[in-house]
Design a protein around this ligand. Sequence first.
Ligand code: HEM
Ligand code: HEM
Length: 169
Amino acid sequence: MQNQIEYSRTQIALHWAIVVLLLGQYLLHGGIEAAWAARMEGSIPNEPFPNPHTIVGLIIFVLALWRVGLRVRHGAPALPEKEPAGLKLVAKAVHLAFYALLIGMPISGAVAWVAGIAVPADVHGVAAKILLGLIALHVVGAITQKIWFKTDVLIRMSPKRMWMKGGAR
Ligand code: HEM
Ligand code: HEM
């Protein structure tokens, strides 16, 4: 029964590990942008080289694939009954878009970086803005669950549940 499923420890750990890594990608993208601009202007050879942004991005890619695998195999708790159907649909669409972006962004970034071509880099830049918008929506949704609908949605993804007795398994 869908209602009895809880997020596992690994699902919770992966959720928050990806949040931290994404924060890094957004706060520290100056280096990759400068390197990319230099390659496109021809002031450095148009060749890929290891860079913290690309390495962390590829780690996010692997963690996101792991997460999708767990989501398919383990499932996820059902959305709260008192949540209106329209909002449930938005939540599900946002979650699906997250998985698509967490996999699609590293691919577009890697294609641009390895092949040295602009179109996938432009797609990557647009996707970065969309992801940021969805994160804002997701956080507002999570807070609304807590304050307005008074559900346990925030608690079930809480890192504390990984250590609590009788918490996530
Ligand atoms: C989910 C993982 C990733 C996130 C969230 C992310 C995020 C970002 C952000 C926010 C920017 C700045 C975009 C802008 O302001 O226009 C950027 C630029 C860039 N990223 Fe990523 N990135 C990720 C993975 C990767 C990977 C794996 C690679 C390559 C292997 C990569 C290659 C690039 C390149 C080449 C740029 C410069 C492109 C440009 O300035 O238009 N990214 N990324
Ligand atoms: C920053 C990037 C974030 C991404 C990419 C992200 C992604 C996701 C995804 C894909 C799910 C759905 C899990 C599933 O059912 O498969 C989820 C659930 C959840 N997220 Fe996030 N999240 C982020 C940040 C946050 C933050 C900052 C909060 C806290 C305010 C948060 C709170 C939650 C909660 C409470 C759930 C559980 C929802 C439920 O049980 O229905 N997330 N997140």
